[in-house]
Ligand binder design. Structure first.
Ligand SMILES: Cc1cc2nc3c(=O)[nH]c(=O)nc-3n(C[C@H](O)[C@H](O)[C@H](O)COP(=O)(O)OP(=O)(O)OC[C@H]3O[C@@H](n4cnc5c(N)ncnc54)[C@H](O)[C@@H]3O)c2cc1C
Length: 415
């Protein structure tokens, strides 16, 4: 293609990628749950097309078990295997780079490292990021909780709090969705009295999307750990050592004409878990997006108006479903085999199949050795739920060889 410098073997983990076969090649942008599991499912098909996975990180991260990495109940290699180990011998090339732009007219992607790569079929699987909604100071002073670096920072912080105890040390977690609640429970166990955990939620209740059993179990787990849950409370500003809070409930509003109550909270750190932003690479021509910024696609996961481009995971907003899909690994995990099959159908010019979402329920980690789960006719909490959750995730680990290594480690630990 004019002006395109095809990618050569440099920068690729596996030189099975052949630029000459770009008309058939499947290029996958993002190696999280959607992208990696699609690549793995596709690679299992006999005579699969060339597959290139473009992902800047060296390690895949099994996000639902990030809390157990924080608490050291699991080891880093178990939840963050290296891509080169996962992809070895599978005919999947990995380019450690970030896609900056996609030109769907020319069927090219452009990377931060200066590569231009042609594709026959493209999968956009670049997921979501956390947003701080423009709250002043939040980007600068808050920590996130979605990377290995975030975990290391928090472990260091907890170590410092324990080594230099001071009265009334506080850690604030913003957002009482699943991530906020699970993190608050783990932090409370790890801080072990060296800090008070404040869980701040602007809505009226914790876990608004969850089933009532899990919500009740979570509320009990928070109470048992003395986590201070503040609902109806918005964070309006963050400084290096404090938060400004604003009550949002009716009681506060009825206090007018006096200004609504505001409060300052001195904190050792703030961990922001609320809110998702969808920021795919720049795509030209501009694709159709839903109100939240996700890419609108057909039930077959093809981007609307671009049958050779597919979207998966958090970033995908497929039509033809009863309601919006949750942003969850479970959704991406279910979409991946369907997408792999649809990629092959598309290359063979056969009719594609629609995605059907099967809600299998929800599992929450609620502190060291505790969990709650609800789904497929089962409701369970406590230690047994913790083990069952681990086993359920074991069955979803990427690749048989990694799964077996993890299983062997856990069996040894459990004995
Ligand atoms: C702490 C935490 C706990 C969670 N727990 C659960 C849970 O218990 N159950 C559940 O179902 N879901 C859970 N989730 C949500 C779940 O992890 C996500 O819904 C899921 O990962 C979405 O998959 P994805 O492939 O769309 O995106 P991701 O898994 O986020 O993967 C996106 C990938 O794209 C890469 N990328 C981004 N931009 C680019 C670019 N420009 N070029 C190339 N690569 C790019 C990223 O590096 C990343 O590897 C959790 C999320 C977090 C943060």
């Amino acid at each position: 293609m004019e002006g395109a410098s095809d990618i050569g073997p440099e920068g690729l983990s596996d030189p099975t990628w052949e630029a000459d076969s770009a008309a058939q090649a499947v290029v996958i942008v993002g190696g999280g749950f959607g992208g990696l599991y699609t690549a793995l499912a596709l690679s299992q098909r006999p005579e699969h097309p060339p597959i290139l996975l473009i992902e800047p990180n060296e390690h895949f991260l099994f996000l639902p078990l990030l809390y157990e990495l924080l608490s050291r109940e699991l080891r880093r290699w178990e939840i963050a295997p290296r891509y080169d180990a996962l992809l070895a011998g599978r005919g999947i090339a990995h380019l450690r780079d970030r896609v900056e732009a996609i030109d769907t007219d020319r069927r090219q992607v452009h990377t931060q490292g200066g590569q231009t790569i042609r594709y026959g079929r493209l999968v956009i699987a670049s997921g979501a990021t956390t947003t701080t909604f423009g709250v002043p100071g939040a980007e600068r002073h808050c920590q996130g909780f979605r990377t290995l670096a975030d975990v290391e920072r928090l472990q260091k912080l907890l170590g410092n709090l324990a080594r230099h105890p001071r009265p009334l040390q506080r850690l604030a977690v913003v957002g009482a969705g699943a991530t906020g609640v699970e993190l608050a429970c783990k932090l409370a166990d790890l801080a072990d009295g060296s800090a008070v955990i404040e869980l701040i939620e602007q809505g009226p209740e914790l876990l608004p999307q969850s089933r009532s059993f899990n919500r009740e179990q979570a509320a009990l787990a928070l109470q048992r750990r003395d986590v201070r849950l503040r609902t109806h409370t918005a964070v309006v500003a963050v400084e290096a050592d404090r938060l400004r809070l604003h009550r949002t409930d009716a009681a506060a509003a009825s206090a007018a004409p006096t200004p609504p109550p505001e409060e300052e909270l001195v904190v050792a750190a703030v961990i922001w878990t609320a809110g998702l932003a969808f920021r795919p690479p720049a795509i030209t021509p501009a694709p159709p997006q839903d109100a939240r910024g996700r890419l609108r696609c057909e039930p077959t996961l093809q981007l609307e108006g671009r049958p050779e481009v597919f979207v998966i995971g958090d970033l995908a907003a497929p039509g033809g479903l009863d309601g919006p899909l949750p942003s969850s690994a479970q959704v991406a995990f279910q979409q991946a085999p369907l997408l792999a099959a649809n990629l092959l159908r598309s290359l063979a010019q056969e009719p594609l199949e629609p995605f059907r979402w099967n809600d299998l329920g929800e599992m929450l980690s609620l502190g060291r050795g505790e969990a709650s789960l609800c789904g497929a006719g089962v409701t369970l909490a406590g230690r047994a739920a913790f083990r069952l959750r681990q086993l359920a995730y074991l069955s979803r680990m990427p690749g048989l060889s990694h799964t077996l290594r993890v299983a062997a480690g856990w069996l040894a630990d459990w004995r």
